[in-house]
Write a protein that binds this ligand. Structure first.
Ligand code: GRF
Length: 223
């Protein structure tokens, strides 16, 4: 029987790694046809590295202070990803912008998760911006990475309400639960070869039934 090999993921992290954990859990439970082959961090004591080790996954710290330029740091990370035969790079709370050559090297094979409904509120301090702006809904987005900051083609979004008594923390927590759902889902759609990028649009083949269901309003994900 011709069983397609599981997608090899390289996950880039800088912090606590709850999205990494969601991806590992989905992989171990067989919910995604993918395996986390290496976790790379630019922060030596990132808890995400600990999570990787706990699951027997290679955890690598790449020290940016050892490199003169951002490009040299990126080249070292690219080299490691290549050596591990990585098919898909997942940014999961990685706090550095990728250089153009990194994006080029893995064109359309880099995903990122962002805690807002892009193109609203890219960059940092996202929840603060959402609350200040007074939006009634926010959420999270998984997108392909391009040369800009949080500008790449959007794969999936989940919507959550913003409540009157929300703080940055409470809104972050509500959104984070959905991040943990949509990131593995986006990886699985990629693994199944169902995503087609047409300009800025990402078409997801085979999702008609869900996309045409008008019922979900908040707490909804697509596709
Ligand atoms: C998440 O909110 C993600 O959307 C953003 O950085 C945060 C990382 O959290 N890009 P964690 O390290 O995955 O817990």
């Amino acid at each position: 029987m011709d069983v397609k090999a599981r997608l090899r993921l390289g996950v880039l992290v800088s912090g606590r790694g709850s999205n990494l954990q969601a991806i590992i859990d989905a992989s171990e439970a067989g919910r995604i046809h993918a395996v986390v082959a290496v976790v790379i961090s630019d922060v030596a004591d990132a808890f995400a590295l600990e999570r990787a080790r706990t699951h027997g996954i290679e955890a690598a710290f790449v020290d940016s202070r050892l490199f003169d330029t951002k490009e040299a740091f990126d080249a070292a990370v690219i080299d490691l990803l290549r050596k591990r035969g990585i098919d898909l790079v997942c940014l999961a709370g990685f706090m550095r912008l990728l250089s153009p050559q990194f994006v080029e090297e893995f064109r359309r094979r880099i995903l990122n998760i962002h805690p807002a409904l892009l193109p609203a509120f890219p960059g940092l301090h996202v929840q603060r911006k959402a609350l200040k702006h007074g939006v009634k809904f926010s959420g999270c987005t998984v997108h392909f990475v391009d040369e800009g900051t949080d500008t790449g083609p959007i794969i999936i979004q989940a919507v959550v309400p913003v409540l009157d008594d929300d703080t940055e923390e409470s809104l972050s927590a509500r959104i984070l639960k959905y991040e943990h759902q949509i990131y593995p889902r986006a990886i699985q759609l990629f693994a199944e070869g169902r995503l087609e990028v047409l300009g800025r649009r990402v078409l997801c083949h085979g999702s008609d039934a869900f996309q045409r269901d008008e019922k979900p309003y908040w707490g909804a994900t697509n596709p």
